[in-house]
Design a protein around this ligand. Structure first.
Ligand SMILES: NC(=O)c1ccc[n+]([C@@H]2O[C@H](COP(=O)([O-])OP(=O)(O)OC[C@H]3O[C@@H](n4cnc5c(N)ncnc54)[C@H](O)[C@@H]3O)[C@@H](O)[C@H]2O)c1
Length: 278
């Protein structure tokens, strides 16, 4: 069990969506907040909303920028005290055909969705362990990190990475008192589709008009699904409960159940019936 009282939290992508939902839940629990985002307006809005409940500091930088991350971490700890609750949550969505993906798209999505998590851990974990006061790290993956979905090759690649990182790190850190949770949301009502479309580096991406039309239709359909989904505030409460109860996997629904079962079955079925002779 991780008692959040007296701890300080750092949340990446904390200006909107799930990150903001987590921030609200933590604010209600009295946890001082360091919020990161690339969206300065959203950060200002979050501070205005939550600053009357708990101390809130905002840090506008890109989680891919390691120097900026280190500087923000130092400033956050100076102003709010040691960070022992870390939420590696910033992420972007994009789904284009595998044969058209540019290096710019690969670097942007892997750098944000997986690299951002790595940078958060590299920045804060040594400090947490050195202090020896325990803490908790929540990494946001996705159902798309547990079995392949139509969310795009890069997105699935990055989220599978976050799952592997978290599953290997959890047991390793357990003796230190730093808990790890893996958030694997299904659809959540956020503006990620629209925000990610605005941010995606699509210069150099060659799609035919027909393919662009198809992409726009798929994005609109996905955005419509998200609008009907669980709220980011409700996910924030689920995450807080998981931190308190040291729960590793955090699901928001059972949407991935059949895909996970099929993947597991296929993996097991592909194994030889007996040891293959050397
Ligand atoms: N919404 C869903 O249905 C859903 C489902 C599964 C997983 N997720 C994951 O949840 C996390 C949060 O997504 P969300 O739906 O709340 O999206 P969102 O767009 O509402 O919020 C993400 C925030 O991250 C910020 N951000 C993006 N790139 C950044 C960067 N390089 N550095 C710093 N901040 C950056 C954005 O400005 C935004 O404020 C992501 O990791 C996403 O992959 C979301």
């Amino acid at each position: 069990m991780t008692d959040v009282q007296g701890r300080t939290a750092f949340i990446t992508g904390g200006g909107n969506g799930i990150g903001l939902g987590i921030a609200k839940a933590l604010a209600r629990a009295g946890v001082p907040l360091a919020l990161n985002d690339i969206d300065g307006e959203a950060l200002d809005h979050a501070r205005a909303q939550l600053g009357s409940i708990v101390p809130v500091e905002v840090f506008r930088f890109d989680v891919r920028d390691r120097d900026a991350y280190a500087a923000a971490a130092a400033a956050a700890e100076e102003r709010l005290g040691p960070v022992s609750l870390l939420f590696n949550n910033a992420g972007v969505a994009s789904a284009f055909p595998a044969d058209r993906l540019t290096y710019a798209l690969w670097d942007w999505s892997i750098g944000t969705n997986l690299g951002g998590v790595i940078n958060g851990i590299r920045t804060f974990l040594p400090r947490m362990l050195e202090r020896g006061e325990g803490g908790h790290i929540v990494n946001t993956a996705s159902g798309a990190g547990l079995a392949a979905t139509g969310s795009g090759v890069i997105y699935c690649t990055a989220k599978f990475g976050v799952v592997g990182l978290s599953e290997s790190m959890g047991p390793e850190l357990a003796p230190s008192g730093v808990g790890v949770s893996l958030l694997c949301p299904g659809p959540v009502a956020t503006g990620t589709i629209e925000r990610s479309a605005d941010a995606a580096p699509i210069a150099g991406l060659r799609l035919s008009p027909e393919e662009w039309r198809h992409h726009a239709e798929r994005s609109a359909a996905m955005a419509a699904v998200l609008r009907e989904a669980i709220s980011a505030d409700a996910v924030g409460e689920l995450v807080l409960k998981a931190v308190r109860e040291d729960q590793f996997y955090i699901h928001t629904d059972r949407v991935m159940e059949a895909r996970i079962a099929a993947r597991t079955e296929a993996l097991l079925e592909a194994m030889p019936m007996q040891e293959v002779a050397a």
